[in-house]
Design a protein around this ligand. Structure first.
Ligand code: F6R
Length: 244
C-alpha cells in the first residue's frame, strides 16, 4: 500500500526496468503482459522516462496485451492499439514485430483460430515474465468477467453491463461501447511467472476487498490470483481503505 499512485507506479516501473536490464545483460528477451485503462498510465510514463533519460532499451522486449474491444478499428479513439501507441510504444525503441495486441478487426469466424495462435505465440517466447493488471469493478482481470473459469484461455467474451457503463464516457455513450472483446484467459494470466495487479482510488476499494480477502470464486475472477505463486497487489491508500 502506497501513499499515492505516482510513487507506487514508479516502484512497478523500477521492477520491470530491473528485469529488462538483467535480461539484456544475459542476452535474453523480456516478455511483458500489458494492460490498458487509467490504472497503468503512470507506469508507462515512467518507463518512457527511463528510456529517454536513463538509457533503458526495449530492443529485447516482447509484449502481449491482455485484451481489445471487438469489433474495433486500430485507429479509433478507444482502441487499445491506439492507447498503447500513445502511452508507450511511440516513445520507446521496441521493434514493431515484438508487440502483440489482440486484433479487433477480424471476421468473427477467424477469432477462435486467432486466439489459439495468440496463446501459441506467448508459449513460443517462453511465457510471460511479468503480467501487469488493473481490476474492473466487476472483479474482471483482462476482460475475464464474472463467470470466467480458472482454466480459460484467450477467447472472445461478452462484456459485463457494469464494464460497459464504466467505458461509456470513453465512447461518448454506453450504446456505443462494443458488446464484446477478445481477452487473454484467466489460465493465460495465471501462467505468468509474476503478476502485478494495481488499483487506485476509493472506487476500487470494495472490489479490492473482495479480490484480496474474499472467497475464491468465479463470480470475482480476480480472486483466482490468491492462488498465484508470485502475485502482488499494489494499491494507493484509497483503494486499500476497505481491507481489514
Ligand atoms: C485493460 C484491462 C482491464 C482494466 C480494468 C480497469 O486492458 O484488462 O481489466 O485493467 O477494467 O480499468 P481502469 O484502469 O481504467 O480502471
Amino acid at each position: 500500500i502506497y501513499s499515492d499512485a505516482s510513487s507506487a507506479s514508479k516502484e512497478v516501473a523500477a521492477e520491470i526496468a530491473s528485469l529488462i536490464r538483467k535480461r539484456n545483460e544475459e542476452g535474453q528477451a523480456t516478455v511483458l503482459g500489458l494492460a490498458t485503462g487509467s490504472t497503468p498510465t503512470q507506469v508507462y510514463a515512467e518507463l518512457v522516462r527511463l528510456h529517454k533519460e536513463e538509457g533503458l532499451t526495449f530492443e529485447n522486449v516482447i509484449t502481449f496485451n491482455l485484451d481489445e474491444y471487438f469489433p474495433i478499428q486500430p485507429n479509433s479513439l478507444q482502441s487499445y492499439v491506439r492507447f498503447m501507441n500513445e502511452h508507450l510504444f511511440n516513445h520507446i525503441d521496441i521493434p514493431e514485430e515484438q508487440v502483440h495486441i489482440p486484433d479487433g478487426t477480424l471476421d468473427q469466424e477467424e477469432v477462435p483460430k486467432y486466439c489459439r495462435e495468440y496463446e501459441q505465440k506467448i508459449r513460443e517466447t517462453g511465457g510471460i515474465d511479468i503480467q501487469l493488471l488493473g481490476i474492473g469493478r466487476t472483479g474482471h482481470i483482462g476482460f475475464n468477467e464474472p463467470g470466467s473459469r480458472p482454466n480459460s484461455r484467450t477467447r472472445m467474451i461478452t462484456l459485463d453491463r457494469i464494464t460497459r457503463k464504466d467505458a461509456a464516457s470513453d465512447f461518448f455513450g454506453e450504446e456505443y461501447v462494443p458488446r464484446r472483446a477478445i481477452t487473454m484467459g484467466v489460465g493465460t494470466i495465471m501462467d505468468a511467472d509474476r503478476v502485478i495487479m494495481m488499483a487506485w482510488g476509493e472506487g476500487k476499494a470494495p472490489i479490492i476487498r473482495e479480490a484480496v480477502e474474499g472467497e475464491i470464486r468465479e463470480h470475482v475472477p480476480a480472486t483466482y490470483l490468491q492462488e498465484h505463486k508470485n502475485a502482488t497487489v499494489i494499491l494507493d491508500e484509497a483503494a486499500a481503505e476497505k481491507l481489514t
